[in-house]
Design a protein around this ligand. Structure first.
Ligand SMILES: Cc1ncc(COP(=O)(O)O)c(C=O)c1O
Length: 442
């Protein structure tokens, strides 16, 4: 891993950084210049343990030789080819491999370039599917409070995080939200799926009574709400949502942009929880974060519904210039192979109990009001400073970075999601650093 001070530009003002406190950052930049395995290296030559797999995406760890080589080869061979009315082999191959590893029933793949685009694609497909079946009045889209579905207008409209919505006007008409499943009074310090909260699924029935089932196209939920600060589904909850949606002819979409590709110790959360959605959105771990790519997996029923009419006609008027891009597809193929060859999903499942114990050992530290976990995900909720929400966790983030640990914070919650190649020594190191940070926060 090389580090190079000269890589840091003198002027940081032009780049308007996403989801960042720009002024704070530019006064005291935190610059990463290289990465390998479980570690980043900073511009000033320090190693930083990656406690977040980048942004929940580098599941295989950093700079994997197979992925690097696949991208290098592909860019030299076929840099770009359109996917409208013409094809190239990689995209078809990747779609096949995805279907092979996806939960039973997922048989087709529509490619996008990010989680946000995957979500908007799935929402559009849902509405178009009902129309194709003669139920064009089913246009309403239901999300859930506290869920995150990216930043495009569709995803923002079904998103349930107030701060991500409230600057952007009325958003899409005809959306609504069921209640979230957070019940700290009953579920605090739960290990794995919470015992309480299955009844929150009944909130979908409330919205159905309010709007009429025959106006609703789809319900989209994250099986585990990640960006809001990690909320795991209560036992039986996702099953109940499936039952309600099936009963009323409403499509169920699982947004697995975070939970896809081994994060919970299975390929997808749908498989782990034994619930069959009609569509799954994914991105991030699909290419190990190397090249942007997203995908929507659908059932055969959904795809077949569009495959009617004259054969020379386009069936779905939707797609992106970079849908199934050759280089992203090559990165995806190499990533899926890396997961399989290195047994990374199995490693995540095997290490999860150790991870759980190490995480919960932080109980009792100052300001810690909840700890929750599943697979290789952990969350530590801190009591907010009165009148200054988010400040305590952000201070923890800054101190952790100084100590050589990358964590992610949202509100006053610390979210942890290390690369899946983590070994036992690394949780010890990670939680050792975090213990020090949390003990010395004030
Ligand atoms: C569940 C979920 N959906 C969608 C997105 C948006 O993905 P992207 O940032 O790639 O657009 C994210 C990103 O974190 C996510 O966690």
């Amino acid at each position: 891993m090389a580090s190079d001070r000269s890589a840091v530009p003198n002027d940081l003002s032009a780049f308007w950084m996403p989801f960042t406190a720009n002024r704070q950052f530019k006064k005291a930049p935190r610059m990463l210049v290289s990465a390998e395995g479980m570690y980043y290296k900073t511009a000033d030559g320090r190693e930083v343990l990656d406690g977040t797999a980048g942004l929940w995406c580098c599941n295989a760890g950093h700079s994997k030789p197979k992925i690097i080589e696949a991208v290098r080869k592909q860019v030299a061979e076929l840099d770009y080819a359109p996917a409208f009315q013409i094809g190239h082999p990689n995209a078809f191959e990747l779609a096949n491999r995805l279907v092979d590893m996806a939960p039973e029933g997922m048989e087709h793949v529509f490619f996008a370039n990010s989680g946000s685009e995957s979500v908007d694609t799935a929402l559009k497909i849902a509405i178009a599917y009902h129309r194709a079946r003669g139920e064009g009045q089913r246009t309403r889209l239901i999300g859930r409070e506290r869920d995150y579905h990216g930043v495009n207008f569709g995803g923002t409209s079904v998103c349930g995080i107030g701060i991500d919505r409230l600057f952007f006007g009325p958003l899409l008409p005809g959306t609504d939200h069921i209640r979230d499943t957070h019940m700290p009074e009953k579920n605090a310090f739960t290990r794995g799926q919470p015992e309480h909260g299955v009844e929150r699924a009944e909130d979908m029935e409330r919205l159905i009574s309010l709007h009429g089932a025959d106006t609703i196209a789809a319900l989209i939920v994250e099986p585990m709400a990640g960006s809001t600060g990690v909320l795991f589904p209560p036992k039986g909850y996702l099953q109940r949502l499936r039952e309600i949606c099936t009963k009323h002819g409403i499509l169920l979409i699982f947004d697995e942009v975070i939970t896809g590709f081994g994060r919970l110790g299975a390929s997808f959360a749908a498989e782990l929880f034994g619930v069959k959605p009609d569509m799954i959105t994914c991105a991030k771990g699909l290419t190990n974060g190397t090249i942007p790519m997203g995908a929507v997996l659908t059932t055969a029923d959904m795809y077949d519904t569009f495959m009617t009419g004259p054969e020379h006609m386009i069936e779905l008027f939707h797609g992106y210039t970079y849908s199934g891009n050759p280089i992203a597809s090559a990165a995806g193929l190499a990533t899926l192979e890396t997961y399989r060859e290195e047994g990374l999903f199995e490693n995540a499942a095997a290490l999860a109990p150790y991870w759980e114990d190490a995480l919960h050992s932080l109980k009792g530290l100052p300001h810690v009001i909840d700890i929750r976990n599943m697979g290789l995900i952990g969350a530590i909720e801190l009591e907010p400073i009165p009148g200054e929400p988010t400040k305590r966790a952000f201070t923890a983030f800054l101190k952790a970075f100084e100590k050589g640990l990358l964590i992610r914070t949202t509100g006053d919650i610390i979210a942890l999601s290390p690369p899946l190649l983590i070994t036992k020594a690394q949780p010890d190191k990670l939680f050792g650093k975090l213990r020090h940070v949390l003990t010395n926060l004030d």
